[in-house]
Design a protein around this ligand. Sequence first.
Ligand SMILES: [Zn+2]
Length: 351
Amino acid sequence: MEIIPGIYQLQLPLPFTPLGDMALGETLAQTNVYLIRGGMGWLLVDSGWNDSKTIEVFEKGLKEIGINFKDISQIVITHSHLDHFGLAGRLKELSGAKLYLHQKERRFVEPRGIEAANILEVMKKWLYKNGTPEDETARLQRLPKREMNFISPVFPDAVSFSGKLGSPDIFFSGGERISTDFFNFEVLWTPGHSPGHICLYERAKKILISGDHVLSRITPEIGLNPFSSLNPLDDYIKSLKNLRELEVELVLPGHEDYFDNLQKRIAELVQHHQERKEAVLEILKNGPEVAYEIAMKIPWMPQKGGIPWEKLDPWGHRMALMETLAHLNLLKKEGKVKKTLKGDFEFYSIS
Ligand SMILES: [Zn+2]
């Protein structure tokens, strides 16, 4: 689909409905990737899930545009989650293109140094100290393989998988320029959903390729875990607010539909996290709690009337715990909440 002259969107299928990637209870049907016309070669933004079905859709899409893999000379990946990065290695092989990723994503895509047993142990201790019941810990520390592959190769079952991922040629640090002769993009570092998430901004044409940083309906998942940055929600709100200065008329996101009103969407997302922080504070009025207990009491998906805790699967519980901790951590930074160790457990209370 040609969205504006020179920019094509391909909608790639997702192999299953990821409950977790974005927001609890929401479903995603597709990953969007963008093919952008160039003088000497085309630019591809994001790659999709690594399976044969995706390759088929790619081939069909390229044919409709009238190009082939060899016409792609640059591949920019917004972040290392495998619905965006998964196919990068194969596409790099097929096209001979240069592959770009932000340097903060490096440790997620390089298998070296990742020790599966160690990661499991770290995750187990982390779930335990946050009050996760023992039977749930066993389920939560090791997720079903396909979900694990989906999120990030840092997780143990995905270690072998990560060996098949493409290795980036160039790591961004933010502020670089990517040109196709017809379009000139600036690399904006937008951490939050992932530590090295980037957006691409075409200043003259007022276009933002937003990855999973801003989507038209779903709230991107921002979770704290042993492998995230120290305060991902703080990172996220700051990098969202930085986008407020930009003049944008077209947002091209990694999922769902493209849209035009970036400022309105940013305001909604900031408001959502404000409300969630207030919900957490409300729960803490009844006394100190561990994060797992707080997560159980939060009204998830309030726009859908709330989803009861029992209706969420183990994956949903873990996402909920990570999101709750991201909010607690930001409240702690703002001086509204404090953390105390009681025995083996980390309790949160109003300060
Ligand atoms: Zn995604």
